[in-house]
Ligand binder design. Sequence first.
Ligand code: IMP
Length: 432
Amino acid sequence: MPNVVIVGTQWGDEGKGKIVDVFTEFADVVVRFQGGNNAGHTLVVNGEKTILHLIPSGVLSPKVVCVIGNGVVLDPEVCLQEIEKIKAKGFLKKEGSLLISETAHVIFPYHKRIDRLREDNKGSEKIGTTGRGIGPTYEDKMARMGIRMCELIDADLLRRRLESILPEKNLYIEKNLNGQPFSFDEIYEPYYRYGEQLKQYVTNTPLFLREKIKKKKNILFEGAQGTSLDVDHGTYPYVTSSNTVSGNACSGGGVGPTDIDAVIGVSKAYTTRVGSGPFPTELHDATGGHLQKEGAEFGSTTGRPRRCGWLDLVVLRHAARVNGLTGLVLTKLDILSGLKEIKVCTAYRYGGKVLKEFPGSIEVLEECEPIYETLRGWEEPLTGIKKIAKLPVPAQKYLKRIEKGAGLPIIMVSLGASREAHIFIKNPFRKN
Ligand code: IMP
């Protein structure tokens, strides 16, 4: 019966997609509960790479049902392209294997234009968004001027909603952002067709999940981005526009807190970040270059190079607390092979004081100097290792230091992109 939530503990790109794909073996349903196609989850199965932006990473397992929850913002064009791509690879064959919440909000072209124009106009203060219209769509949801899937799939409702919303959007684009307005038809015509094509997937997903919970099925909730990009708990305003923390599995999936049995945080063995904003352990030297090159740290959504740095235990402790983590998965440990020394940030120095906890103000965070502990590195590649005891001793010590610093057990270590490259220590779906 266990229902498990997986979230990122850093600034996204922790390798959650691969971990969800591995855990999917034990799940009946995989649910995305927030974000949209700003995410990029890379899966490597039998040497073949698949990058997903919107559809849950469980999709490569034919036995699971994938759910796009009400907390997601959905770009219909991207969704249809992704469905087609996945079907061409031989997946999503069974009817009912993909469900989309009828109350998920839809990303429209005006959201994307507003996102990009705002970023262009901001100059050096830009957030570095993915330009996919995510923020403006969540804004409209909260302003009660969004359009949801149940309206997209009804041509009349869509017409009425667009007629009332588009003039205000056009006015904002023209007057505030100096951009080109949209004609009604240029949006309505393609979007009502997208609605017709997506209709078959649209349903009451919280009801579906409740039925599965009653039948004691295993549900895996797949978070996108990471805790430091959470709109409440991250480095605001350099964050995404949704709650990326585990609590949103409930509101964004349509289940209750009492339905969740375990919350697993995924952390890279070091840290990366794309886009702007403070990053205390960022490296601008050869070691940062090593992590970027060996870790292939380029965004799977935008292709931007990721900023790289040492693991930050302050960030990890903050994530453990605000997500209520019960276990940790450490990814990309193999990338650290070849480094003589490995540093781990244990606290920050700020204005003569030592901060042990993540500050809420980014002005404070920007001034924080990391306090490091230095550990011995290892030379050996970690490819093919299947037991913790077979890891080089310094790697084992590094894991122990992380467990102590985060106050969490490491339940799995990932040693490469492929589905098989990992060491399982404790399976959250099993009582072992
Ligand atoms: P948005 O989500 O496109 O609005 O972008 C806001 C911030 O979140 C930017 O810094 C993006 O680079 C970052 N971001 C959004 N999605 C991801 C992700 O999946 N991985 C890493 N960073 C992300």
